[in-house]
Design a protein around this ligand. Structure first.
Ligand code: ZN
Ligand code: ZN
Length: 388
């Protein structure tokens, strides 16, 4: 269990999501195990004592967006309602706890909130999440709350504007961190299509790791597939893209078979995309700037209340079409397949990006990077316009 704690704490630090020495991960095994600084560990222990989950993560994000969101929220606001669909589906709303509420009974209050939610935001502390069964779940929930926080803050800057000198400082910090385009490492661009089955698996595993290393997904979710003859090789649902060894399913291209129970929940979307485009590779990730921009409906006088579900128009970011869609249940399949062929890219409103490799995997990853790079630049361009 200690090695599990080290592994997922390591991932939080590797993803550069948390402040150095400001992350703790705890698990109730036979006894309580904790890794991380003493103050966070003891707060975590006091919370874990009161709730029926196995693991807990407490960490302060590297960029203090949690505190900034709390300060921007109305004084009577008790929850953050994420606007991206991935988070809405997964977390619903996220309780906010202000510093002034953290008096003597802090751990009881936090435990109470965590009894009914996977994650909460605590001013001055950061993000606290539970893992019902495993430390991995606590890490995934932490990373998902961070994704929601990041998307919400960046969206709010563009829609409701800069509200304080702290926001201004943050804009400068964000520009500093995200102004440089993502560049592909040599390992990510190999342009040789796999031939042997073992090469297919090896390339899927490698592209998965590259997608995570380049931070094009949070909590390592997303999916990858390769089409070879009548088969699709696809990452399993819930598998971490940086650890795909043993988590890739071969499934027939046609619908005849019921295999694919473990295959990605987006298998149907992949099937339809292959049918519509004849591509060889599909990559799906959740790059944050693309998600932010996809949700900002630029139409004036748009009458849709819920653009993520109802918008009949196809909008574009550069050459990438944005389609509405819900996770799973065929919603994505119907929307993405008809539009992805032209540019080899498609953005699902508030969710993420699908890209094609017509000949090899490198293409699909290059396209994903290109979409996110374009969205980063466009985001800061719009922000400058908004600020002047
Ligand atoms: Zn997705
Ligand atoms: Zn709209």
């Amino acid at each position: 269990m200690l090695s599990q704690l080290d592994k997922y704490l390591g991932k939080l630090h590797r993803d550069a999501l948390v402040k150095p020495q400001r992350a703790a991960l705890l698990v109730k095994d036979d006894k309580l195990l904790a890794q991380g600084p003493a103050d966070l560990s003891s707060l975590g222990a006091a919370i874990l004592e009161r709730i029926n989950v196995l693991a807990l993560a407490i960490a302060e994000p590297l960029l203090p967006l949690t505190d900034l969101l709390i300060r921007r929220a109305a004084p009577d606001c008790r929850t953050l309602v994420p606007s991206d669909t991935e988070t809405r589906t997964f977390l619903h709303d996220i309780p906010l706890v202000r510093k002034t509420e953290l008096t003597t009974g802090a751990s009881a209050l936090l435990a109470d909130l965590l009894g009914s939610r996977k994650g909460i935001i605590v001013e001055g502390v950061g993000i606290v999440t539970t893992g019902a069964m495993t430390p991995e779940m606590a890490y995934i929930n932490w990373s998902s709350v961070w994704h929601a926080v990041f998307v919400k803050y960046l969206s709010d800057l563009l829609t409701t504007g800069i509200r304080s000198p702290d926001d201004e400082l943050m804009v400068a910090a964000l520009r500093e961190q995200y102004r440089r385009p993502i560049t592909l490492a040599d390992c990510c661009v190999r342009a040789t299509p796999p031939v042997e089955r073992s090469e297919i698996y090896a390339q899927i595993e490698r592209i998965g790791r590259c997608t995570v290393d380049l931070q094009l997904v949070d909590s390592a979710f997303g999916n990858i597939s390769w089409r070879d003859g009548g088969m699709i090789y696809i990452s399993q649902t819930g598998a971490s893209l940086d650890e795909l060894a043993g988590c890739i399913d071969p499934v027939p291209c046609d619908n005849s078979s019921t295999v694919g129970l473990t295959a990605s929940s987006e298998l149907l979307a992949h099937r339809r995309i292959y049918e519509a485009t004849g591509a060889r590779a599909i990559l799906h990730g959740h790059p944050k700037f693309a998600v932010v921009l996809s949700m900002l409906c630029a139409e004036t006088g748009c009458e849709n209340i819920d653009c993520w579900k109802d918008c009949p128009r196809i909008r574009f970011l550069a050459t990438t079409p944005i389609v509405p869609g819900e996770i799973g249940a065929g919603g994505l399949a119907d929307k993405v397949a008809p539009v992805i062929g032209a540019a080899g890219t498609a953005l699902v409103y508030g969710h993420g990006v699908f890209t094609l490799g017509r000949e090899h995997f490198g293409e699909a990853l290059e396209r994903l990077v290109a979409v996110e790079n374009w969205c980063r630049q466009e985001y800061f361009r719009r922000l400058v316009v908004r600020m002047t």
